[in-house]
Design a protein around this ligand. Sequence first.
Ligand code: KG4
Ligand code: ZN
Length: 339
Amino acid sequence: MLKHPQIILGIESSCDDSAVALYDMQRGLLGQCIYSQLQTHQPYGGVVPELASRDHLKKILPLIENILAEHQLTVKDLAAIAYTRGPGLIGSLMVGASIAESLGFALDIPVIGVHHLEAHLMATFLEYPQPTYPFLALLVSGGHTQLVQVKKFGNYEIIGQTLDDAAGEAFDKVAKLLGLSYPGGPQIAKLAQQGNPLRFNFPRPMLNQNNFNFSFSGLKTHVLLCYEKHEVDEQLKADIAAAFQEAVVDVLTEKSLKALKALKLKSLVVAGGVSANQQLRLALQTRIANAGYQIYFPKLEFATDNAAMVAITGFYRLAEAAQNYQIDVSARWPLGGSK
Ligand code: KG4
Ligand code: ZN
């Protein structure tokens, strides 16, 4: 019997993770493979764009071959290919787009260029129970911090965002200051376990302002001044990490709660790399879930950049898939904005 292809291949290459995933349109996610470029970038204390694109170029095709073989599939089983079209590092995006479009062209199947932040949002849909629309989304990644009103799939209204650093970026910068390696978020979270969050009372930027915007760059400066004022030892670093994390978590939690109330929404979807933070999860659970709201987090492996979220977004956007095979990316592409 002729089998109808029903698998979507997802490719993520927006920053420093080369990732691929297979999503079965009937059975859901089959699996994903990630190659983290951490070792390439760690000596430089941050992502080096040129090195990132070269790594993607070396890794993505072997990752695709591996994941297909792992599931006893071949490219002939693919019904469509989804890749991250933006926002992200232009060279890295180009690698994912070129591979997706050329493979799609060779196989004569549709290709879908997906939005990275929409994909982060859809990561929570890989899990059951899935969120129900409408909901408020707190998108917290290395490049973005946004509160978004989501009325239905694809309908996004950004109601607040950071005016300067993103939450993840602030974690990364404070980590660097404390001599921790990149990416800083998980390192700060780990060090904070040994720290006393009450030793320093860092500011909660914009918490009492009547809007849903954020600002983290002043907090970062405050941390720097505090660090310079004290004798540096391991305890100081841990206390700073704990107090900094507490300040960020407080702002994210309180602003989300305010927005839920103001927009009369009942559920919150948290997405992006910072949503992996356990203190943030705990604070949202205790202050928001306990206030009667539904709260949805991605599974930890789908919180930071991955291709499973790209593949499922491709599934939801399949109707818009094109077969014109143009290698087309967008380094800056606002959520909900035109391509
Ligand atoms: O979504 P993501 O993987 O990539 C972007 O789209 O930017 O997010 C990466 C960001 C980095 O800034 C990283 O430090 C932060 O997420 N991050 C964390 C944690 N895990 C990753 N921040 C705080 N706590 C964590 N556990
Ligand atoms: Zn991301």
